[in-house]
Design a protein around this ligand. Structure first.
Ligand SMILES: Nc1ncnc2c1ncn2[C@@H]1O[C@H](COP(=O)(O)OP(=O)(O)O)[C@@H](O)[C@H]1O
Ligand SMILES: N[C@@H](CCC(=O)OP(=O)(O)O)C(=O)O
Length: 277
């Protein structure tokens, strides 16, 4: 890996991420379910504890949460076979997931709201304005919007892992100051860390983007979108001047570390000006 970014830029980016007032956090299925694909209460409570750290600092927080299909499998005891079965499982799991988020946030006396959307809603200007107005109102009221793709009516995500791209589109559209993508590995590595013990974490992505893009397209994907869609989403937001971080959801106090400008996961340096690739 070539020398990516100078130390001053790295520390300025960490500072920018730490000072973010509006933060969007995306949590993947692996960060919410156990080995049997059941919703994992401990993981979910840990995520909420981490989000509460940001909220208690007076920041605005949006959560994009996957896990509906995973939670559905645990409830219905039916494996995902066809896309139609995954869609049906997601509708069972989504309500269970929201019940658990509601209970978990109640520990902090906070309210949550569910928003289910599709890429089409984000692409249509009128629908996107409606979405944005709803989000702004909820944030004004101090309620945490919890967003997932509406799997009952859209199948893109169930096939390609679109929540990574959805969180990036929302980040850009509602002017967040930081995107944090939480997953089950400690960031972007030089190879799939689950298969290659010698793979090393890439702490910063900036001018080395093309190299990183090559690495992630070569290393096999994990769940739905794998690491590739996370990297591509992070790159999209960084092209809009917004820093992005990919980090491990089980890292202790992961969001507190971000808010304290500590080195955690892989940080994407915001790009100012035109991007030539
Ligand atoms: N170069 C890489 N760096 C990091 N993770 C990688 C890489 N190549 C493949 N992966 C895999 O990508 C997975 C994360 O993607 P995914 O399973 O879709 O997570 P999530 O459920 O959090 O969206 C990791 O578990 C890891 O095995
Ligand atoms: N909407 C789906 C998300 C699919 C999925 O697993 O996404 P991810 O784990 O973020 O790659 C769900 O809630 O199950």
């Amino acid at each position: 890996m070539s020398d990516a970014v100078d130390a001053e830029t790295v520390s300025a980016t960490r500072r920018l991420a730490a000072d973010a007032q509006r933060v969007i956090v995306k949590a993947g299925t692996n960060s919410l379910t156990d080995d049997e694909s059941n919703l994992d209460d401990e993981k979910l409570d840990k995520l909420v504890d981490d989000l509460e750290d940001l909220l208690s600092r007076g920041k605005e927080v949006l959560l994009v949460s996957s896990g509906a299909v995973g939670a559905g499998i645990g409830r219905v005891d039916h494996p995902t076979g066809t896309v139609e079965e995954s869609q049906a499982l997601s509708t069972v799991g989504q309500s269970h997931l929201m019940r658990r988020y509601t209970e978990s946030f109640e520990r902090y006396d906070r309210k949550v709201a569910q928003i289910l959307i599709t890429e089409h809603d984000l692409e249509n200007p009128e629908r996107f304005t409606n979405f944005r107005n709803t989000v702004e109102t909820l944030l004004d009221w101090g309620i945490v919007p919890i967003i997932n793709e509406n799997d009952a009516v859209a199948t893109e995500e169930l096939q390609i892992g679109d929540n990574d791209m959805i969180s990036a589109s929302i980040a850009i559209g509602v002017d967040v100051d930081l995107l944090v993508t939480l997953t089950d590995v400690g960031g972007v590595y030089t190879g799939n860390p689950k298969e290659n013990p010698d793979a090393e974490r890439i702490p910063v992505v900036g001018q080395n983007y093309s190299e990183v893009e090559g690495i992630v397209s070569d290393s096999s994907t994990g769940g739905f979108g794998g690491i590739q869609t996370k990297v591509s989403g992070a790159r999209d937001v960084s092209e809009h001047g917004i820093p992005a971080i990919i980090a491990r959801s089980t890292e202790p106090d992961v969001l507190e570390k971000v808010a304290n400008a500590e080195s955690v996961g892989t940080i994407f340096v915001p790009i100012n000006g035109d991007v030539d690739d």
